[in-house]
Every structure is written in C-alpha cells, then in structure tokens.
Design a protein around this ligand. Structure first.
Ligand code: GAR
Length: 204
C-alpha cells in the first residue's frame, strides 16, 4: 500500500507544488500526499493543495498559545490521517525533540544550502542566501535531510550544488537554487524514503 505523506508548509509552497507535480508525473510512486498542514492560514501553499484536491489543515502556534499545544495538534492530525512520512517544505517553525523523537527517520526537510554551511537556528529562507553571498562562496545548493532534535542536523539524504553568479542577489540565487536543486531533490528524496519504508515492510 502507498505510504501516506503529509507536507508541512508556511508560505508560497513552490516545493509543495514540485511534490504534487512529481506525484502526477510518476516520480513519486511509492507514496501519496494525503495532507498539507500549514502554520499560517494565509499561506499560498494551502491554495496549491486545494487545487490538487489534497486535504488541508491550519495549525497556528499563535492561536494555540504554546509550542507544546502546537506540536500536540500536529501530532493529532498526523495520527488521525495515518501519516507515514512527514515532509517539511518551507516549514518555518522549529520542532522540538518531543516531536521529532516520535518519528525517527520519518521526517525530511529541504534546506536551501549545502549543509553544514549556512544552516541551523536563524538560517531560513532568504537569510540563508544573504549569508552565502556575504561569505562569498562560489557554490551553494540545497540539501534534503532527515530531521532530528538538532536544527538542520539530521542525516543527509541528497544534496545538489548550484553555482553562484557574480551579480547574484539573494533573490536570484534563491530562485536558481529552488529551480535547479530543491524542486528536484525533494521529490526524489520523498520517493526514496517511501520506497525504503515499503521495502522494509516486505522484508519483515
Ligand atoms: C525554500 O527555499 C526552502 O528551502 C526554505 O524556504 C523556502 C520555502 O519556499 N526553507 C528553509 O529555509 C527552512 N530552513 P516554498 O514555500 O516556495 O517551498
């Protein structure tokens, strides 16, 4: 049986779109996106999910009042939706060990740099590309990794390098890394993990 995938988002959702498209084109064939959970009710990612006929949920830390309640609510949804794999795709909230330890090797995240550069607490979205340009690296890229209690510290699944150009701004670099790296390795990694979950079941 196909593995149920939940995608956690906070914003525009272009990585979610890449996952939806990869499912349509058959790149993702061992799993199915059955839920999208957004930390913000205004995220355009929610519209993308609705357009694809995927069930959506909004879980707002602000409205719930604490990190504990925020995580509890997400855990409840993941349980009721029988989720096998959690994909963080532009999810801009930190998850504590209380959450991550429940799903060992079942949470993956896409980060817009070559880990271990420009990652960890405070490095998200455009800030990552600002830091890369400030440092002067000639190559950046994206990483998909398993999520554990250390921000951006879990085992690496896939990486893809992207050249930095002389006149890059954080915005142009971000766009090129998304197009050439993130949108490619995130769907591939989701398929890889789902396929392994299926394989492990069969071997039992
Ligand atoms: C992506 O570049 C993603 O790698 C990054 O935010 C962007 C979200 O875009 N995530 C992080 O920085 C997490 N540390 P999207 O909503 O269009 O997918």
């Amino acid at each position: 049986m196909l593995k149920n995938i939940a995608v956690l988002v906070s914003g525009g959702g272009t990585n979610l779109q890449a996952l939806i498209d990869a499912q349509k084109s058959g790149i993702i064939k061992s799993g199915k996106i059955t839920a999208v959970i957004s930390s913000s009710k205004n995220a355009y990612a929610l519209t993308r999910a609705e357009n694809a006929g995927i069930k959506t949920f909004v879980v707002s830390k602000k409205e719930l009042g604490s990190q504990d309640k925020f995580e509890e609510e997400i855990i409840k949804i993941l349980g009721s939706e029988k989720i096998d794999l959690i994909v963080l795709a532009g999810f801009m909230c930190i998850l504590t060990e209380n959450f991550t330890s429940r799903y060992p090797k079942r949470i993956i995240n896409v980060h817009p740099s070559l880990i271990p550069s420009f990652c960890g607490k405070g490095f998200y979205g455009l800030k990552v590309h600002e830091a890369a340009l400030k440092y002067g690296v000639k190559v950046s890229g994206a990483t998909v990794h398993f999520v554990n209690e250390i921000p951006d510290g879990g085992e690496i699944i896939m990486q893809k390098a992207v050249s930095v150009r002389k006149n890059d701004t954080p915005e142009t670099l971000q766009k090129r890394i998304m197009q050439n790296a993130e949108w490619k390795i995130l769907p591939k990694s989701a398929e890889y993990v789902c396929r392994n979950l299926l394989k492990n079941e069969k071997d039992k």
